[in-house]
Structure formats: structure tokens, C-alpha cells
Design a protein around this ligand. Structure first.
Ligand SMILES: CC(C)(COP(=O)(O)OP(=O)(O)OC[C@H]1O[C@@H](n2cnc3c(N)ncnc32)[C@H](O)[C@@H]1OP(=O)(O)O)[C@@H](O)C(=O)NCCC(=O)NCCS
Length: 186
């Protein structure tokens, strides 16, 4: 089935929490992380904020239904991906990769210096998936204040941070300013 990636619209916001819930069903295949399938998801209001900023995209199937989304936020010269989700029924068909590539293309158009995110280091659909798209793990001294704060916030939310990592895709554009300002989480 063909997929179209387009900027998310305000009218999409109400449908995105359910997509995130359906996507997270995948975590039930990992007993230690199955609880994530029942965890909180981003609210429509948070999605509306990203949509208004022009940093959210959806994957739409050929019947016009939204099947996945990527929500990001700009911090200085970095675009940070807060959430990527594809409905469980549609996973493994390239929708997730297409959403990430669209976010990267947007960051390049904006002449940003990097795309960043945090994820599970070793789950096949997390760390290895992003590595194939060009991201590298950011570790130790290379972790800036902003990404450290994101990981710390995740620890407080109960995520097993020893299994998490920050990742960064460096872009070619000029580097003005910095992307190290601490985030307000969504
Ligand atoms: C991550 C996610 C958005 C990827 O979306 P997708 O449309 O399935 O992605 P793609 O089809 O482009 O690529 C999927 C790749 O991930 C891996 N993958 C996906 N599902 C997998 C599974 N159940 N087991 C093993 N590998 C899997 C495969 O390597 C696959 O690549 P391949 O098709 O070339 O083998 C989707 O798996 C998802 O919604 N997961 C739950 C939420 C999540 O983990 N979000 C990321 C948070 S950082």
C-alpha cells in the first residue's frame, strides 16, 4: 500500500494518541518492556503545539487514513524527535523510515546542524533502525546538557535508562549558535 508523508494538520491531532497506543503494542513482544504498551501517550494538545511549529508529520495511506506520525521540536540548531509511531497493523512497510527521512529533510531545509532523539539502544525497531538511517549513539562526554536532561527526565518517568541512549544525526549545514539549551519536555 502506498504511503504519503505530509505535514500534520490540526485536524489530525485527535487521532494521533490512538496511533501511538496501537504502535506501542509492539513492546508487548518484550516482556520486560510490555508495560510501555499501557503507558501514557502524548496528548492532542501537545501534538497541536508541534503541528503549529511545523515540526510534525504524518504517514497517510491511500484511503486517506493517518497510519503513523513523527513529532519533533526545534532546540537551537537541532531538531529533536520526541515521538515516532506507526500503527501496529502497518509496521514494517517503510512508513517509519519515510517519516524520519522527512524530518531529516526538513532539518536540512532549515539548515540545522543535527537531528537528535533518545531511544532503546538495542531493540531492533529503535537503535538499530535509527543507525541504519544514519544516526550515531551519543555517549559520555559527547552528551550535551539538553540530551542529558532528556535522559534524566526519562529515568524519572521509570524508563530503564541503562537500556536507553541518545542518538544524533549530524547534518552538513552551517552551525550557528548551539543546540544545548535544556528542553521543556512535551
Ligand atoms: C519504530 C517504528 C515507528 C518503525 O516504523 P515502521 O513503519 O515499522 O518502520 P520501517 O518499516 O521503516 O522499518 C522498520 C524496521 O525496524 C525493524 N523492525 C520493525 N519491527 C520489528 C520487529 N517487530 N522486530 C524486529 N525488527 C523490527 C526492522 O529492522 C525494520 O526494517 P526492515 O523492514 O528493513 O527489516 C515502529 O516500529 C513503531 O511504531 N514502534 C513502536 C514505537 C516506537 O518504538 N517508536 C520509536 C521510539 S524512539
Amino acid at each position: 500500500m502506498a504511503v504519503l508523508i505530509r505535514p500534520a494538520k490540526s485536524s489530525d491531532a485527535a487521532s494521533l494518541p490512538n496511533i501511538e497506543r496501537c504502535a506501542a503494542e509492539l513492546f508487548r513482544t518484550v516482556p520486560a518492556l510490555a508495560w510501555i504498551a499501557d503507558d501514557d501517550v502524548l496528548s492532542p494538545d501537545v501534538h497541536l503545539r508541534f503541528i503549529a511549529a511545523g515540526t510534525a508529520w504524518v504517514a497517510v495511506d491511500d484511503t486517506g487514513n493517518v497510519r503513523g506520525f513523527l513529532s519533533a521540536e526545534r532546540f537551537g540548531q537541532a531538531l529533536h524527535v520526541w515521538e515516532l509511531a506507526v500503527h501496529r497493523d502497518c509496521q514494517g512497510r517503510g512508513h517509519g523510515s519515510a517519516l524520519v527521512l522527512e524530518a531529516i529533510a526538513h532539518a536540512r531545509r532549515q539548515r540545522l546542524s543535527a537531528v537528535t532523539l533518545t531511544t532503546f539502544r538495542d531493540l531492533p525497531w529503535n537503535g538499530p533502525f535509527y543507525r541504519r538511517l544514519g544516526f550515531d549513539a551519543v555517549e559520555g562526554d559527547a552528551l550535551d546538557e539538553r540530551l542529558t536532561a532528556v535522559l534524566e527526565h526519562e529515568r524519572k518517568l521509570g524508563l530503564p535508562v541503562h537500556l536507553r541512549c541518545a542518538m544524533r544525526l549530524a547534518l552538513d549545514g552551517p552551525r550557528w549558535g548551539n543546540d544545548a539549551a535544556p528542553p521543556a519536555s512535551p
